[in-house]
Design a binder for this molecule. Structure first.
Ligand code: GLA
Ligand code: GLA
Length: 683
C-alpha cells in the first residue's frame, strides 16, 4: 500500500500546548447571529475544545451570487477562534452548491439511474464529473486559499465533505462521457473492453466507444462487468475531484496539510478508500453507530480499518455524535458512558483527534434533532457535562498523541473490489453481506481476546501469524500469488465461501471453485448451494450455519476436515477444511457461521498459529484491547464492550484514564462501558 503522500499532521498554532489530542466539532456559525459566537467560544473553552471545522456548508454565505464574495463574517470567526486558542480545520465549502449556481447551470445536477434529476433543496447536488461545477468550485477554493493562506488559526484544509455521501452514482451525460474516457484509459481498445465485459453475451457487443453508457435502468440485469467498472469509475471520479481541489490548495498553501472526511462505517461501500488514503496528508473519518447487537464492535472495526488505511499513523475522527442522530428510522440517545467509550475506542485505534457533528445543535433545518456538543438545553445539561469530562480525559491522554498503532498478530483482509463484486445482482444469493462476514470474524476474535488488524487487501501480510480473508471473491492472479507465498512462508490463511471465484474482469475461474485458490486450499467445489432465507443446517462441531453451503470435496490428501455438515443436503460432506503447508496452512470455511459459530474455528486457528490472548480470562469476550506505541512506551486501551462492570487482573501499567483510578494488586475494575488506558514501557 502506498503511504499517504505527506503524512503531515495538523499545523497547530504556536499558542496551543504540546503534545495534545485534537478535540472539537463542525462549527457552523453561519446558522447563528454573530452575538452568539463569543458565547460559543466561551463554552468551547470550558469544554477544552482546541479545534473546529468551519465553513463546510458555507458556499452560499461566502458567495451569494456570481462574482460576489462575502468573507467578512468568516474573517471575524477565524480571528475570534484564534484569539481563544482554537485552531481551524477550514473546509473548502464546496460540498453544497448555492441556488444561484444551479439555477444558472442546471447541467451540474446529478441524474439517477432512472434518469431523474436530483434537484437542489437538500445538499451535495452536483455531478462529480461536471466541468462546469468544477470550474465554479475551484474558483471558490482559490479565493479561500488566498484569503486564509497565512491566517494563524489555519491548521488544515478539509476538502468538500464526505465525498460521495449523496452523489456517488451519477448517470448523467457528463458521467457517460467521463466513463468512456475512463474505459479508454483502462482498456485502450474496444476489443479488450468487449472481452472484459463478456459482450458476446446477450448481444451486447460494442462497435464504437460512443455506444457505451453508464448502467442506467435497463430491461434486465445490466452487464456485471459494466456495473463493476462503473463502481470503480465512480470512486475514481470523486478521487479525481478530490485531487483537483488538493492540487490547487498545494499550489497556494504548500505549508498547510490537507484532508477530507471518509465514511468508513457500516454499509457505506462506494469509495475505495484504499485507493484514496495516499492522496491526503492525513486520513480523516466520520463514524456513526447503528443500534444493534455488535454496534461497539462495528465502531472498533471501522476505527481499526481507518487506522490501517492511515498506515498505522495518527488519523482524525472528523465526526461522530454526542448522542442521537436524526437520520435513522428511530434515533436513540446514547447511554451514560457511551459517548466517551465511542470516542476513546477511536483513539485506541489511532485517532489523534476526536470531533463531533456538530458544535451547537441547529434550531432549523433537517438536522435540528441531531445531537451536538452544545445541545438545545444549553450548557446546563448532561450531554454538555459529559463533553467537558471527555475533554478532560483527552487532556490526560496528551502523551498518546503521535503514537502509532501496534500491529496485531492477526489480520482481516478487507477488499473493496470483493465487496462490490460479491454483492452484485443475479448471484447465487442476494443475502450475502461482505462487510458483515468480515465483522463477524472481528467479533469472534474479540470474543477470544485476540487483537486483529483490519487491513486493506494491498497491505503487507508478512508479520501477521494469521490472515483471515472473508469472501475474497475477486482473486486476480497477483493477489492469489501473494496469498500463496504468504502461506509458503509459514503464514496461516483462512478464507470463506464465495472466495476465489472470479478474476478482475468478474469472469469465473473455471475447473471447480474456488478456482483462484483451489490448489492452495486443496479442495474442489462443484456447486455452490446457498440456503433459503430462514433455513439453517448444523455442523458436527455443534454449530449452526446459515445462508450458504458448498458441495465440496477434499482433493489434497493432506487436507484435514475440521468440521462436516451434519444436516441438510450436504450432510456428511466437509464444511471446514485445513491444509497444512510447511509451517503454515490454508483453511476454508464454506458457510456462514456468525460470531458464535466462528468461535471454535477461531480457537483452532489460533492453536495452529500459536496465538494466545493478552487479556486475563475474566476480560476475554467482554473487553477490546487495542495498543498504541512509541519507541519507548505502549498505551493499552481496555474497552468494556458490555453494560456491566468487568474485572481485569494481572495487567500492569500506570493508569492514565479514568482520572483517580488505580491499578492495584486486585487488578482493574472496568466500569460499565468504561475505558481504562494504561501506560507502560515497551517490552
Ligand atoms: C454527515 C455529514 C454531516 C452531518 C452528519 C449527521 O456525517 O458530514 O454534515 O450531516 O452526517 O450525522
Ligand atoms: C429465460 C431466457 C433465457 C435465460 C433464462 C434463465 O428463459 O429465455 O435466455 O435468461 O431465462 O433462466
Amino acid at each position: 500500500m502506498p503511504e499517504p503522500t505527506g503524512h503531515r499532521w495538523l499545523r497547530w498554532p504556536a499558542s496551543t500546548p504540546e503534545p495534545r489530542l485534537a478535540f472539537g466539532a463542525d462549527y457552523n456559525p453561519e446558522q447563528w447571529p454573530s452575538d452568539v459566537w463569543p458565547e460559543d467560544v466561551r463554552a468551547m473553552r470550558e469544554a477544552g475544545v482546541n479545534i473546529v471545522t468551519v465553513a463546510v456548508f458555507a458556499w452560499a454565505r461566502l458567495q451569494p451570487g456570481a462574482g460576489q464574495w462575502t468573507f467578512g463574517w468568516l474573517d471575524e470567526v477565524m480571528d475570534l477562534l484564534h484569539d481563544s486558542g482554537i485552531a481551524v480545520d477550514l473546509a473548502t465549502a464546496t460540498a453544497s452548491p448555492p441556488a444561484w449556481l444551479t439555477r444558472a447551470h442546471p447541467e451540474i445536477l446529478p441524474v439517477n439511474r432512472l434518469g431523474e434529476t436530483l434537484w437542489p433543496g437538500g445538499r451535495q447536488h452536483w455531478r462529480p464529473t461536471s466541468p462546469v461545477f468544477r470550474t465554479h468550485a475551484l474558483a471558490l477554493v482559490d479565493k479561500l486559499a488566498h484569503r486564509y493562506a497565512h491566517h494563524p488559526a489555519l491548521a488544515s484544509w478539509h476538502i468538500s465533505n464526505e465525498l460521495g455521501c449523496h452523489n456517488l452514482y451519477d448517470y448523467s451525460d457528463d458521467a457517460a462521457a467521463a466513463f468512456r474516457l475512463w474505459l479508454r484509459a483502462r482498456y485502450e481498445t474496444l476489443d479488450a473492453l468487449n472481452h472484459a465485459w463478456g459482450t458476446a453475451f446477450w448481444s451486447q457487443r460494442y462497435g464504437d466507444w460512443a455506444e457505451i453508457l453508464p448502467p442506467r435502468l435497463a430491461a434486465s440485469y445490466p452487464n456485471p462487468t459494466q456495473q463493476l467498472d462503473f463502481k470503480r469509475f465512480s470512486s475514481d471520479a470523486l478521487r479525481d475531484y478530490l485531487c483537483a481541489e488538493r492540487d490547487l490548495l498545494r499550489g497556494i498553501t504548500p505549508q498547510v496539510p490537507i484532508t477530507t472526511n471518509f465514511m468508513v462505517m457500516g454499509e457505506t461501500s462506494g469509495m475505495n478508500y484504499a485507493q484514496w488514503a495516499a492522496e491526503l496528508d492525513f486520513v480523516s473519518n466520520d463514524h456513526y453507530t447503528w443500534p444493534g447487537p455488535h454496534a461497539v464492535s462495528e465502531l472498533q472495526f471501522s476505527a481499526n480499518l481507518t487506522g490501517n488505511l492511515a498506515g498505522g499513523r495518527p488519523w482524525f475522527l472528523m465526526e461522530h455524535s454526542t448522542s442521537a442522530v436524526n437520520w435513522q428510522p428511530v434515533n436513540v440517545p446514547k447511554k451514560p458512558g457511551e459517548m466517551a467509550r465511542d470516542s476513546l475506542s477511536h483513539v485506541a485505534h489511532g485517532a489523534d483527534a476526536v470531533c463531533f457533528f456538530q458544535w451547537r445543535a441547529s434550531v432549523a433545518g433537517a438536522e435540528k434533532y441531531h445531537s451536538a456538543m452544545l445541545p438545545h438545553a444549553g450548557t446546563d445539561s448532561a450531554v454538555f457535562q459529559s463533553v467537558v469530562q471527555l475533554g478532560q480525559s483527552l487532556a490526560a491522554l496528551a502523551s498518546v498523541a503521535g503514537s502509532l498503532r501496534k500491529p496485531a498478530p492477526v489480520a482481516i483482509l478487507f477488499d473493496w473490489e470483493s465487496w462490490w463484486a460479491s454483492q452484485q445482482d443475479s448471484h447465487p444469493t442476494e443475502w450475502l453481506r461482505y462487510r458483515q462476514e468480515a465483522l463477524d470474524w472481528y467479533v469472534a476474535l474479540q470474543q477470544a481476546g485476540l487483537r486483529a488488524d483490519v487491513i486493506p487487501a494491498g497491505a503487507a501480510l508478512h508479520g501477521y501469524r494469521l490472515v483471515i480473508a472473508p469472501v475474497l471473491h475477486v482473486t486476480p492472479p497477483a493477489l492469489a500469488a501473494r496469498l500463496s507465498s504468504y502461506v509458503d512462508d509459514g503464514g496461516h490463511l483462512v478464507t470463506t465461501y464465495f472466495s476465489g471465484i472470479v478474476d478482475g474482469n468478474d469472469h469465473i475461474i473455471t475447473g471447480g471453485y474456488p478456482g483462484g485458490l483451489r490448489d492452495l486450499l486443496g479442495i474442489r467445489i462443484e456447486e455452490m448451494a446457498p440456503l433459503l432465507d430462514g433455513e439453517s443446517v448444523s455442523l458436527d462441531n455443534g454449530t449452526t450455519a446459515t445462508m450458504w453451503t458448498d458441495r465440496m470435496e477434499v482433493v489434497d490428501p493432506a487436507v484435514k476436515v475440521l468440521a462436516r455438515y451434519a444436516s441438510g443436503e450436504q450432510a456428511g460432506r466437509p464444511a471446514i477444511t485445513h491444509r497444512p503447508v510447511g509451517g503454515g496452512s490454508a483453511s476454508y470455511v464454506s458457510t456462514r457461521l456468525g460470531p458464535a459459530g466462528l468461535a471454535p474455528v477461531v480457537g483452532e486457528l489460533a492453536g495452529f498459529a500459536g496465538l494466545v490472548s493478552d487479556l486475563p480470562r475474566s476480560a476475554r469476550g467482554r473487553v477490546e484491547l487495542a495498543v498504541r506505541r512509541t519507541d519507548t512506551e505502549e498505551f493499552w486501551f481496555l474497552i468494556n464492550l458490555t453494560d456491566e462492570p468487568v474485572p481485569a487482573d494481572g495487567i500492569d501499567g500506570e493508569v492514565l484514564v479514568p482520572a483517580g483510578a488505580r491499578n492495584t494488586a486486585e487488578g482493574l475494575a472496568l466500569a460499565p462501558r468504561g475505558v481504562v488506558v494504561l501506560r507502560k514501557p515497551s517490552p
